[in-house]
Design a binder for this molecule. Structure first.
Ligand code: ZN
Ligand code: ZN
Length: 148
């Protein structure tokens, strides 16, 4: 008997339900502003440590992407065989690399493209030296066997 009475009290007319919904919504909106202000305040107070953490996360993500990219495209310079990670770049076989890269909003999304979508025949690994020589001379001296 008690239970059914209390259940009855909770039954609302459509108007009451609508009013309740609006009240809750207004409350939520008011709270949202407070929540945002609190978040801003928290960020402001902890800016340095948040940024440092973010940098660490980004650096780690970048490292993981580089490992995946280099593994996918062979892991060494196709010209001279250099395999030290920091010396290696991903090169567009048919040129136009800079223009293509600019279509991505960040290095992370470009790297993600290289990992997930880039075709093996369109990209190759070159070391900084061979990449620069290809950029400046059109072909790396290694390929001409004309070192000077
Ligand atoms: Zn090389
Ligand atoms: Zn070379």
């Amino acid at each position: 008997m008690l239970v059914s009475n209390s259940m009855k009290r909770k039954e609302l007319t459509p108007e009451q339900r609508e009013r309740k919904r609006l009240t809750q919504r207004a409350y939520w909106e008011r709270n949202k502003e407070e929540r945002n202000a609190a978040q801003r305040e928290y960020y402001h107070r902890n800016k340095e440590s948040i940024r440092t953490k973010q940098r660490v996360v980004n650096r780690e993500a970048y490292k993981q992407q580089r490992i995946a990219i280099l593994a996918k495209f062979g892991g060494r310079c196709v010209c001279c065989g250099e395999s030290t990670e920091v010396f290696l770049d991903v090169d567009h076989v048919n040129g136009g690399g800079n223009k293509h890269r600019k279509q991505f909003r960040s290095i992370h999304s470009y790297n993600q493209f290289l990992i997930e979508e880039a075709k093996l025949e369109d990209f190759q690994i070159l070391c900084k030296n061979c990449n620069y020589a290809k950029f400046r001379l059109g072909q790396c001296p290694h390929q001409l066997d004309a070192r000077f």
